[in-house]
Design a protein around this ligand. Structure first.
Ligand code: F6P
Length: 624
């Protein structure tokens, strides 16, 4: 006999409703189609479970404030998608153990896995994947709704869900004649108005027309900022050192970020206060690291130049922030304020007025070329099919490494000394963006997210940590980066030849290292079996990025490539790549701890270790 179903049993209509009854976040994230078929299955499972609980056949789990993701939730994990399961099957069917040397028996791997866009050639053939794995990864991107997410990002939807705002760094590099209206405001004209104000300021400095309080032209600019207000400008000014403005009044740029004052103290020991300008770079204008450096700099100027503090601020300080009122309160004259917008994340802000030190160093034309290069990559990201899309492919291979091959360490290895700050810059970009473990629906993730990003100039790393890459126990994914051309414009012929030979040496090492990491012992023919300590197992995956030369446009495209890679991975992991709540608690506790150290009160509220350490400071500072 056929039993009639209970009223609350999921039927066609209720399943449809569930698919539609999305949380505000999902709706904002355009998540309406995501995992829809799986939601139906889930709802049936949820029904069964609920009734088993009610009948006492299943015990209730202890309630927690943030329950681990389980089948009772309507929110599906990316792990429940068909593509994820297919990838797991591929892993079990041999991909987990297959060696890169075996994969390289497939013909034309380089052609199969090479991509090109905006001046960057990306070789993904040394990754431990096959065309079939790549197909499933693309299917995964589709199931995670990546194509729509890209359009939402670029059109200015509020993709930063926890802070309820867009993440529109791409708008900062739109050309002047572009249009982008976001929530009723035409942003492109605002962006270009700020760029124009920045240009006026840069020209004044480079023409020697910006004078200090005693009338002497400014010769040194010190950027006081930290995190995104430091790392981007620092990295780019170093990377574009060959593009320094020539035939202009010479202005040097310096960076001081550390709150302990050590970098600043060094600069202040030799800079001339009469000719030094400070840029206070802070999106929030509330970061203690920067404000403490600013206060020390102000005291240094006031002590040496004497006179009116207001005057000193007017001649020796520029502010870059989203908070004009805080800059004014600090004493920055409105004419010296450059603004940007809260829809620009700190680690995505070098394209805004935060890039002022870059423009001072390489000139505004080159700064605009940097923006144009990034825009070219944005256009590629927006229009290219997933199969051809560099940021998407870079992201997908990262997902394969982290979530399937379980490789959680990722080294960035530039073969160009000018890119020495690139690993540090990518560290913030990736780890602050995707170092998260809670999904957009506030569920605990049940998969790994961002790997540990680290790195160093490749040739220097060879003499430091490559030993571990070749013979250690950790799997590490590597990104090798190198320009094809270097030194071609050096005027002195002999010097040019020497330097070009050095560049060739660098390239040879770059390719040799990635080859040995891939093939291990098989990279060379050997007569016998070497002892175990001389053996190389290989099978460390890597990507290689080549670019014609390290110029502003290519660098812009390269940075944008990684920004978008981060976004695609964040979309697949279903996390907010644009907030950074994980840094807040430490700041709060530091403020309280500082109070305890300074007042010598409140020690009892701390744990035993912190008490012991603080007492050591007190004893040590009293010379006991
Ligand atoms: O504490 C982390 C952080 O907020 C970063 O995201 C940011 O780049 C950095 O601090 C500096 O912040 P601000 O530019 O507001 O001084």
């Amino acid at each position: 006999m056929r039993q009639s179903l209970p009223e609350d049993y999921p039927n066609k209509e209720s399943v449809k409703r569930t698919g539609q009854a999305l949380s505000k976040r999902q709706a904002l994230a355009g998540d309406s189609v995501r995992f829809a078929p799986l939601r139906c299955i889930c709802q049936v499972l949820s029904y069964a479970r609920r009734h088993l609980h009610e009948s006492g056949l299943l015990r209730n789990k202890a309630a927690t404030s943030r329950p681990p993701r389980d089948k009772e939730s309507n929110e599906m994990s990316i792990r429940d998608t068909q593509a994820w399961k297919a990838l797991e099957q591929q892993l079990e069917a041999g991909m987990r153990d297959v060696h890169l040397k075996t994969l390289f028996q497939q013909p034309a791997r380089f052609k199969t896995f090479s991509l090109d866009a905006a001046g960057i050639q990306l070789d993904l053939s040394k990754q431990r994947w096959t065309p079939e794995v790549r197909e499933n990864l693309i299917a995964l991107a589709r199931e995670a709704d990546v194509p729509n997410a890209i359009q939402r990002l670029l059109s200015g939807e509020r993709v930063n869900l926890t802070e309820d705002r867009p993440a529109l760094h791409t708008a900062l590099r739109l050309p002047r004649d572009a249009k982008l209206e976001v929530e009723g405001v035409e942003v492109v004209s605002e962006v270009h108005a700020t760029l124009d104000k920045m240009e006026t300021l840069v020209d004044k400095l480079l023409d020697g027309q910006w004078r200090g309080a005693t009338g002497k032209p400014i010769t040194d600019v010190v950027n006081l900022g930290v995190g995104g207000s430091d790392l981007g400008p620092l990295m780019v000014t170093s990377a574009l050192s060959d593009f320094e403005v020539k035939n202009a009044h010479e202005v040097s740029t310096h960076f001081a970020s550390t709150m302990d004052g050590s970098q600043l103290a060094d600069f202040l020991s030799w800079l001339n206060p009469e000719t030094t300008l400070f840029i206070l770079s802070s999106k929030s204008f509330g970061t203690i690291d920067t404000l403490s450096n600013a206060s020390t700099a102000l005291d240094w100027l006031a002590k040496r130049l004497g006179g009116d503090e207001e005057l000193i601020k007017r001649f020796h300080f520029v502010g870059v922030s989203t908070k004009p009122e805080k800059m004014t309160e600090w004493g920055i004259a409105p004419a010296n304020q450059l603004l940007f917008w809260d829809w620009v994340g700190g680690r995505y802000s070098l394209w805004s007025a935060i890039g002022l030190p870059i423009a001072i160093r390489v000139g505004m034309d080159n700064f605009r070329r940097l923006l144009a290069g990034a825009h070219a990559m944005d256009e590629h990201f927006r229009t290219a099919e997933l199969e051809e899309n560099l940021p998407v492919q870079l992201a997908l291979v990262g997902i394969w490494n982290v979530n399937f091959l379980d490789i959680r360490s990722h080294a960035v290895l530039p073969y160009d000394g000018r890119l020495k700050h690139l690993p540090g810059y990518f560290q913030q970009l990736e780890m602050e963006s995707n170092g998260k473990s809670v999904t957009n629906d506030e569920q605990q993730v049940d998969y790994s997210t961002c790997p540990v990003i680290w790195g160093e100039i490749g040739p220097n790393g060879q003499h430091a940590f490559y030993q571990l890459l070749h013979q250690g126990t950790q799997p590490v994914a590597c990104d090798f980066l190198a320009p094809i051309n270097r030194y071609n414009n050096v005027e002195d012929e002999h010097f040019r030849e020497d330097l070009m030979a050095q560049h060739r040496l660098g390239l040879a090492n770059c390719f040799a290292q990635s080859r040995v990491l891939m093939l291990g012992d098989d990279a060379v023919k050997s007569d016998g079996t070497p002892p175990s300590y001389k053996r190389y197992r290989g099978n460390q995956p890597s990507s290689t990025m080549l670019f014609d030369s390290l110029d502003p446009a290519t660098l812009g495209a390269l940075i944008a490539l990684y920004e978008h890679k981060v976004f695609v991975q964040g979309t697949i992991w279903d996390i907010d790549s644009f907030d950074q709540w994980g840094v807040e608690l430490g700041k709060k506790i530091a403020t309280e701890t500082e109070e305890i150290i300074a007042t010598q009160q409140g020690l009892d509220s701390l744990d035993d270790s912190s008490r012991g350490l603080i007492e050591s400071i007190w004893r040590g500072q009293q010379g006991k």
